[in-house]
Design a protein around this ligand. Structure first.
Ligand SMILES: Nc1ncnc2c1ncn2[C@@H]1O[C@H](COP(=O)(O)OP(=O)(O)O)[C@@H](O)[C@H]1O
Ligand SMILES: [Mg+2]
Length: 426
């Protein structure tokens, strides 16, 4: 049976000729519906009458969410661009369309691309544009995505509920890495209300992360645009501020977040992401591109990151939350191997040698090693919060700060200087 295809190539001069040629000749392809716009295409997709969609880059309102919805509906997507228009081709790839052909390609070749897209065959050699701009697309097998090498690392700072100190650790790591002269981007991706701007004393009127996600969904985000949306806090540190209001979480669509991280890797050697926690009490934890959930952005960050830090508190209640969060993470993203950073270590809540007891408990109950212990130092963190400045600025000699610096050096591959660091002016 011929492959049933929807087309949505309206607005392009070559549309009717192409559709005619596809249909007329025997290419094993039947055009079952010529859609006039994205809404029409999505509506057609729900009928279950087509296996593939052929769409043009000019299609109005085409965004990453629409492509994700088509993919989730089991529709393979092939893009067409004006011959030689590499920007349009790159934009389509950013939106998640892996196969892109010039519109003047022979009908036979377009038909083959459609069949390959459905069967998951190789991405053809007639693509336009820069194939490195192909992004890992959620829901597609890994061989369909190309990852450029030699790019910046992404470290996700995550953890259970109960304020174990994710933001303190994320901000501290980013600041320390920048002080070690590693170009660093700090991203506030906490979908339960980000506070990084406030913690750093930035007067932020509009969340940079929301603007970046918006541009990513529109296919217009590149390194320069991302740099414009971030605060340059010092020569090595940029900050993409977060959603101050928790009810704005739908603005962080998972696919858009993946694109933001891709560009972040091009912008900075190290990207540190302050994530929310993952618990959703009222619903199951899952990836679902068709019906986005609050966890989607967080899970995307955890999946895309090179390293996931799970920040845990150091008392029995906090440890129990950590064990539980790690078990949930293993269920949803079994390939992610987080390492634990135990924060707020102090004498008292855990009897005996706290480090030993905590490390033993996390290894027994969660099967995870502790990468670092960071001491509780309320005096240092309060001074930091009061001044809207980082620990390096207000408590440079504190053990909490030096612990963060050592961890930052490990994560970024920078060498930690033996002596005290010079003060950096902002
Ligand atoms: N090591 C620490 N010692 C003392 N206080 C800390 C430490 N880490 C975090 N805090 C404080 O705990 C509170 C919660 O930390 P925060 O980083 O905002 O947690 P989360 O992002 O996990 O909700 C803040 O007031 C912070 O200053
Ligand atoms: Mg936080």
């Amino acid at each position: 049976m011929a492959l049933q295809v929807f087309t949505a190539v309206t607005g392009a001069s070559w549309e009717s000729e192409l559709v005619g040629a596809l249909d007329r000749e025997d290419h094993g392809v039947t055009v079952v519906r010529r859609c006039v716009d994205v809404a029409d295409l999505l509506a057609a997709a729900t009928t279950g009458t087509g296996q593939a969609a052929l769409l043009s880059a000019e299609l109005r309102r085409l965004d990453g969410a629409a492509v994700a919805r088509l993919t989730a509906a089991g529709i393979a997507v092939v893009g067409l661009v004006e011959p030689g228009d590499t920007r349009a081709a790159d934009r389509l790839r950013q939106l998640g369309v892996v196969r892109v052909l010039p519109a003047d390609a022979p009908a036979e070749e377009i038909a083959r691309a459609l069949r390959d897209a459905v069967s998951g065959g190789p991405v053809g050699g007639h693509d336009v544009g820069d194939p490195r701009s192909a992004l890992p697309v959620l829901g597609l097998p890994p061989e369909e995505s190309t990852r450029p090498t030699g790019r910046g690392r992404v470290v996700a700072v995550w953890g259970p509920t109960g304020a174990p100190g994710r933001t303190t650790v994320a901000v501290g790591l980013a600041d320390e890495a920048a002080r070690l002269e590693v170009s660093t981007l700090l991203v506030d991706a906490d979908v339960y209300g980000g506070v990084v701007a406030q913690v750093l004393g930035l007067l932020d009127e509009s969340p940079g992360v929301a603007a970046a996600a918006r541009q990513a969904a529109a296919g217009t985000l590149d390194v320069a645009a991302l740099a414009r949306l971030a605060w340059a806090v010092d020569p090595h540190l940029r900050v993409l501020t977060g959603l101050a209001r928790a009810d704005r979480w739908p603005e962080l669509r998972p696919q858009a977040v993946a694109v933001v991280l891709e560009e972040a890797r091009r912008l900075a050697a190290l990207t540190v992401v302050d994530c929310g926690f993952c618990l959703e009490e009222d619903e199951e934890l899952s990836f679902d591109t068709a019906a986005p959930r609050r966890n989607g952005a967080t899970l995307t960050v955890l999946e895309e990151a090179d390293e996931v830090l799970c920040v845990s508190g150091a008392d029995p209640v906090a440890l129990q939350r950590t064990v539980r969060a790690l078990a949930e993470l293993r269920e949803v993203l079994p390939d992610v191997e987080p390492v634990v950073v135990v924060n707020q270590l102090r004498r008292g809540p855990v009897p005996g040698d706290a480090r030993e007891e905590i490390a033993g408990a996390l290894s027994r109950f969660a099967g995870r090693e502790v990468r670092a212990f960071l001491p509780a130092d309320r005096r240092a963190t309060d001074a930091s919060l009061a001044a809207g400045r980082t620990l390096a600025e207000v408590a440079p000699a504190s053990a909490l700060r030096t612990g963060l610096r050592t961890l930052a050096a490990q994560l970024s591959g920078a060498t930690e200087p033996g002596g005290r660091r010079r003060r950096r002016s902002r």
